[in-house]
Design a protein. Structure first.
Length: 498
């Protein structure tokens, strides 16, 4: 009992604001709303299964109905994934490296068990899952012919199983005493569960804390801003549509619409004779007709101030909040023309860092693990020979963003000529395979020499020398000093004492 009270009393004090009040930021004040949050604990306790399901439901709804979220996803898929990541084996055996690349390319052609998607499409889906669902699961499996492949499992499939012994289970994943995952529970379409060992699962997510078990959407921190923006703009759109239907306002003494006092030239007096009382019927006569009104009446064109500029400013502020959740500037997504001057390079550098971080997450969390699975399987099957250091590999990310390609290319050439950088680094920085590019370049040069010899020419006759490869002219000699004027002696040489 004393132990229970010792744990319970601090929580009660914390709930009512008791205890130490040395920090002004945690003092209770009538000027501020109290922060609603559970007591500090492990992330597995704070991120409950109910929170996980609700966040997943709302985020997927926003993904389907928010153009801004669609723009965020498209930007990450375009710049972070691009054409994919180039696999570079790092063994000292060139022939083995080439054979390993061929096996990885075969895997990329049909990487998942249904055969419906390419590897680049899976990477794009993975980037989307990180932003919306927060995670994605892959099962290491095989095709019917024995080739290695993956089976994609979305986040809503991994749920807490309905079993009696829940010890060690946290939100669909079972952990041992050291905190290592051992089993994953995946719900099937018929409601039953299939259990997979941790060795067969690739869990792709961006961990926030070491005590977490599941991934969470990057955008969830701005979810309320996203919902507010959608509701505000929807209300403003309805107002614009409603006011756009109103064309004229008839001001009268009574403040009521009385069609008996009005006549429409060209209508033959039908409005008065028929005693029309419905304004909708009268409005049909406005097309190209004039209207006679009473002396105490005034007909004015209806003018609206919608869309409201304050509402648009509020919408832009919410867009910045949402974009900041992913580290991407809203101006970069929606209106790049607003970024000008020296700021554009800083903004582009920040955005490039974010895309690079997403690419690194996909490489470390999925690409590397899947490639190691494929290479290990091919070695076990005897397709590839055993090779020391086969697990060492690198991946090239897509070409980075640039606002001045010509200037940066010229600087790259200067660095290459000065020996600061090598050709392999430059090619891989552009997202290409350095070995393949260099071999293709040498093959093309050999072909050019063969064609030139067949025609009695040399390679230099058909090659195009570059301006940078030609010797630069020497600096012109300094002009000789002018002779002194008549009657003026030249200045004597200064003595060492001077």
């Amino acid at each position: 009992m004393p132990g229970i009270l010792s744990n319970l009393l601090p929580r009660i004090k914390g709930f009512f604001g008791g205890g130490s009040q040395n920090y002004e930021s945690v003092r209770i004040s009538p000027a501020r709303v109290r922060v609603q949050h559970t007591a500090p604990g492990d992330l597995t306790q704070e991120q409950t299964p109910a929170d996980q399901r609700e966040l997943l439901r709302v985020m997927r709804a926003m993904e389907k109905n928010s153009p801004f979220i669609a723009a965020l996803i498209n930007a990450h898929q375009t710049y972070a994934v691009g054409d994919g990541f180039r696999y570079q084996p790092l063994t000292k055996n060139p022939s083995w490296n080439s054979a390993a690349k061929e096996q990885v390319e075969l895997f990329h052609a049909r990487p998942e068990i249904t055969g419906r998607y390419t590897w680049n499409q899976l990477l794009r889906m993975s980037a989307r899952a990180i932003l919306v669902d927060g995670e994605l699961f892959f099962i290491r499996t095989r095709h019917k012919d024995g080739a290695p492949c993956l089976q994609v499992v979305e986040a809503h499939k991994v749920v807490q199983p309905d079993i009696i012994n829940q010890r060690g289970w946290i939100n669909g994943i079972k952990f041992d005493r050291q905190g290592r995952p051992t089993t994953y529970a995946i719900q099937q379409d018929d409601g039953s569960f299939a259990y997979y060992g941790a060795a067969s699962i690739i869990h792709l997510y961006d961990p926030e804390r070491t005590t977490g078990a599941r991934g969470i959407s990057r955008i969830q921190v701005a979810l309320n801003c996203l919902r507010d923006k959608r509701e505000i703009m929807e209300a403003e759109r309805l107002a614009v549509k409603e006011f756009s239907r109103r064309t004229f306002v008839l001001k009268s003494r009574s403040g009521e619409f009385d069609p008996s006092d009005a006549d429409f030239f060209g209508s033959g007096g039908k409005a008065r004779k028929a005693q029309v009382t419905n304004p909708e019927d009268v409005s049909r006569a406005f097309g190209g007709l004039s209207m006679a009104i009473g002396a105490d009446e005034e007909l004015q064109a209806f003018e609206t101030t919608r869309p409201n500029l304050n509402v648009l400013a509020m919408s832009e502020a919410l867009e910045r909040e949402i974009a900041n959740a992913t580290g991407i500037s809203s101006d970069f997504l929606l209106n790049p023309t607003k970024i000008g001057g020296p700021v554009v390079r800083m903004e582009l550098a920040k955005v490039e860092r974010q895309f690079s971080a997403m690419g690194r997450l996909l490489i470390d969390g999925l690409e590397r693990k899947a490639t190691q699975y494929v290479i290990a399987d091919r070695i076990t099957a005897g397709v590839l020979p055993a090779q020391d250091g086969w697990e060492k590999m690198a991946f090239n990310q897509p070409r980075r963003l640039s606002i001045d390609v010509g200037r940066e290319s010229l600087a790259t050439v200067r660095e290459l000529e000065a020996g600061i950088r090598n050709l392999q680094d430059i090619i891989e920085e552009g997202g290409d395979d350095a070995e393949a590019q260099i071999i293709a370049r040498l093959d093309f040069k050999a072909w050019c020499k063969q064609v030139a010899e067949e025609r009695g020419l040399t390679y230099e006759d058909i090659s195009m020398p570059t301006v940078l490869s030609q010797p630069q002219p020497a600096d012109p000699a300094a002009p000789s000093p002018l002779p002194p004027f008549a009657g003026q002696e030249s200045d004597p040489e200064p003595s060492p004492a001077d």
